[in-house]
Write a protein that binds this ligand. Structure first.
Ligand code: BG6
Ligand code: MG
Length: 219
């Protein structure tokens, strides 16, 4: 393993709650209910695809122009939450693990669908821990397409097979595999059953003598 590629939402930070609050505000304005369970369907899904799912829940049809306006409004609400984020919101063990990877000479890239990725990394103070950023601004195909992870490997100057992906969404695990990379599932092992390895959080990981150990199993 020469490089690690990290999804952002749900792996580095828990922004799903802010996406939920912003989409819920839009649903409230339209006058329909949008639950936390519904929100699960939006994880790892692009902004416009998320809007399509939301509108289908509300049984609402909009023109393409109206959809762009609603997506823009949702993003403005989302950014209000994002711009209040603090370094304390980086998920436990992430900073330490990224620092250990750098110490071991392993390169680090982001691989996220979000167009707000850089803003979020800057806001929580960890932008400098990434050697490369593949995100919604430099890729166009959504996971499970492997484009975002292949871009991450390319930006690091590495072959996909030399990279390990960290993901919390089923579509992300599939994207890693389709790109020829192994994947660590972060979260529920039953949901992420296709992942090659599983962790509950980054405290389960450590670097020892330049090698990655997951719950004492050497990768
Ligand atoms: C993904 C999230 O990382 O980014 C999705 O899991 C989100 O929920 C997508 O819709 C796009 O994010 P953004 O910030 O570009 O609207
Ligand atoms: Mg995610």
């Amino acid at each position: 393993m020469k490089g690690c590629i990290f999804d952002l939402d749900g792996v580095i930070v828990d922004t799903a709650k802010y996406h939920y609050l912003a989409w819920k505000k839009i649903a409230d304005e339209f006058g329909f209910e949008f639950t936390l369970k519904d929100n699960e369907r939006l994880k790892g899904v692009s902004r416009m695809a998320s809007l399509d799912i939301l509108l289908s829940i509300g049984g609402i049809t909009l023109s393409e122009e109206e959809k762009l306006k609603v997506a823009d409004r949702k993003n403005k609400i989302y950014l209000e939450y994002i711009l209040k984020m603090t370094p304390e919101e980086v998920l436990p063990g992430v900073k330490e693990f990224l620092t250990a990877l750098h110490g071991a000479g392993v390169k680090v890239s982001l691989g996220s669908a979000s167009k707000n990725a850089k803003t979020i990394l800057r806001q929580v103070g960890i932008e400098e821990l990434f050697d490369a950023i593949a995100d919604g601004t430099n890729v166009s195909k959504a996971k499970p397409d492997p484009e975002v992870f292949l871009k991450g490997a390319e930006l690091l100057g590495l072959a996909p097979a030399d990279c390990l992906v960290f993901e919390d969404a089923v579509a992300g695990v599939e994207a890693a595999h389709r790109g020829g990379m192994k994947c660590v599932g972060v979260g529920d092992p039953e949901v992420l059953s296709e992942a090659d390895y599983h962790i509950g959080g980054f405290e389960d990981l450590k670097m020892e003598d330049g090698k990655l150990k997951i719950k004492n199993v050497t990768i």
